[in-house]
Write a protein that binds this ligand. Structure first.
Ligand SMILES: [Zn+2]
Length: 279
């Protein structure tokens, strides 16, 4: 890193460096405060940190629940405006949808997202290929403002085919909903079907999600890392961190670091070194 900084001018993005954001819950009413958090202010604080980094991240992921509650077009208009400085600073933004989003209104407000070429025309999915990893952005929005989510057979088939076509490079899966099970599953309804696809495909190294508004890193018995991103916006329980996660890829894994909006929070700067399971 030091050598790079000495050689580079800090303007070229670091191709191994990525920003992982989730649950921004941006409300058209920019003054709205929930659980002591103004979501617009928190998002702008994260955006300023991203813009000030040298070198900058190669890209930014927003892993769903972009909008405050019911995915209004005016929420997305604010989102588009707040994303603009990040994009102007040279960081492409890749957006997933959550249960507080509305796909049609999202596409109406962010026309370039609607126009983007997608592997599945009717879902907000993407495959972002880089030299060290393929990022799969999936769409688990089933019904706006109802908690659980679902990928569905068509999307899982596409995921399986795309993974089979991309065996050589580590695959990192971004889905808004957390793995869930049981009758009161407020997470991903087709978790088992997803794991049937990703467990045997050893190139899959991590499943990254939001939705619970809790920061946590665990590991599936198969060796897949389970990364629960904190919310950028409001927390459900006092004391939980809000912020974003910086991911730095290396040949054998990924180093992730929690960046709290409140930098005095005890979890701020927490680092987890993730090693990839064998392929
Ligand atoms: Zn949320």
């Amino acid at each position: 890193m030091l050598g790079y900084n000495l050689l580079g001018d800090g303007k070229r993005p670091d191709s191994d460096s990525w920003a992982l954001l989730s649950d921004t819950h941006l409300a058209a009413n920019r003054t709205l405060v929930v659980h002591g958090v103004n979501m617009t202010d928190y998002f702008m604080s994260v955006a300023r940190e991203l813009e000030a980094m040298a070198p900058k991240c190669a890209g930014v992921f927003v892993n769903g629940d972009c909008a405050y509650n019911t995915g209004e077009k005016s929420d997305y208009a604010l989102m588009a405006a707040l994303l603009e400085p990040i994009r102007q600073a040279g960081m492409p933004v890749h957006i997933a949808l959550g249960n507080h989003d509305n796909r049609q209104r999202f596409w109406e407000a962010l026309q370039e997202e609607k126009a983007a070429r997608r592997p599945l025309k009717d879902r907000q999915v993407a495959l972002v290929g880089t030299s060290r990893a393929n990022w799969f952005v999936l769409d688990s929005l089933e019904q706006t403002a109802a908690a659980p989510g679902m990928l569905g057979g068509e999307q899982l088939d596409w995921l399986a085919r795309s993974l089979d076509d991309n065996r050589e490079c580590p695959a990192l899966i971004l889905i808004h909903h957390n793995p869930g099970k049981g009758e009161k599953n407020h997470g991903l309804k087709d978790t088992e079907a997803l794991f049937e696809v990703i467990r045997p495909r050893k190139q899959v190294k991590a499943y990254i999600f939001g939705h619970t508004h809790v920061w946590k890193v665990e590991r599936d018995p198969s060796g897949i890392h389970l990364i629960n991103l904190p919310p950028v916006g409001f927390v459900f329980r006092d004391g939980e961190p809000s912020g974003w996660v910086h991911a730095a890829l290396n040949p054998k894994g990924m180093r992730i670091e929690l960046r709290c909006v409140d930098q005095a929070h005890k979890a701020h700067g927490q680092v987890v070194e993730l090693d990839w399971r064998a392929s």
